[in-house]
Design a protein around this ligand. Sequence first.
Ligand code: ADP
Ligand code: MG
Length: 421
Amino acid sequence: MEKIKVLVVDDVPQTRKDIIRLLYFEEDLQVVGEAGDGKEALQKIAELAPDVVLMDINMPVMDGITATEKISLLYPQTTVVIISIQGEPEYLKKAMVAGARDYLVKPLSSEEMALTIRAVHRQKVLHSSRDSQALLAENLPENGAQTPGESGAKVQEAKQPGQILVVFSGKGGVGKTTVATNLAVVLAQQEKKKVALLDLDLQFGDISVLLNLNDGSNISELVRQADPITPEVLDGYLIRHITGIDILPAPLFPQDAEYVSPAHTEVILSLLRRSYDYLVVDTPSIFNDITLQALEVADQILLLITRDIAAIKNAKTTLNILESLELREKVRIVLNRSDQDLGVDIPDLEKGLEITVAHQIVSDEKAVISAINKGIPVVISQASSEIARSFRRLGERTVNSRRLTMADKQGKSLITRIFSL
Ligand SMILES: Nc1ncnc2c1ncn2[C@@H]1O[C@H](COP(=O)(O)OP(=O)(O)O)[C@@H](O)[C@H]1O
Ligand SMILES: [Mg+2]
């Protein structure tokens, strides 16, 4: 197997030495060169064509962010992983804009570094290939010689099954995708959880737009090319975002939604639950068989509402349906754009719906629009805004809320409940 070629860029010779030493025993990785600043890095890339560059940020002559921008333009085959110091959130944003694919925080461990290099490289190879399935086969472990963990895989058995958080609303445009995306990012960034984000809005899912993903990998490609869906195959289709979350986007074209069946999503949901602490699921505004399946397996259903009559009327109907499906106890009401008075005040809303609002997200059109235009979630692009703070609080509460035990969940199957409606 060909080794992954790595270039190490840092202005401190000792740091470069340490990194090279840490990677020395990784048989599939080869450090092909080193550079002391961004300019030298560009020269070395032209000469050595490395697959992955480990890039420091603060360097003389040309800093790591500027160098990353140039690499993204000039050498699209080379992937950049930024190395930063703890507590530099501003840099994460810049690194993302510049086109870095992942980042590592000092002090570095050999294991984490090797896993990250393999993961970004694997993704690059898979997505730049037309025949991704053939390459995937090449990358599969041979005769159990390598466990998924050792190959840098994202989908692997965790100690305890993760929680599934389904963001739902019977009405479109209330903020499901905005909330799902930002919640996933705060769970990964702030709460340090292993997080996957699944777009089950199969016809009009737009998570890939919000996060500026253009790898082409998505759920319909996965189910068309993989039978059966194994953890290794699923792993190859997940897109690792620089914020640390792994994403399975919706199909590129609405007509491709039909390839995805409930049997597929059942496997995907269960595999992702097994390997992530949290699986955040975005949904369409309809009760179809796939949405119902996700609601059924959810640990928490975040039901989104806004303060207008149409959204509230819709929430009432949705709550009635969830009640009859015996899914009501998993529901937490999230009031989006909570400071926007669209004719209904919060106490009236709670009384009318016989609910309490569990969480409020403020409205901030300017920040949200600018985040969409940049392809960076608002919790990163405007980290100190009020809306980002409300997402961080939502993340905190999600992690601290009581987990429903198996006894809390209903024993009757969903189908029995639908027939008894
Ligand atoms: N808290 C908010 N403040 C300002 N704009 C928001 C907020 N939440 C959502 N939006 C905007 O509302 C529109 C619909 O949001 P989206 O997340 O796509 O909803 P859904 O997925 O439910 O259809 C988008 O343009 C989004 O940017
Ligand atoms: Mg949406």
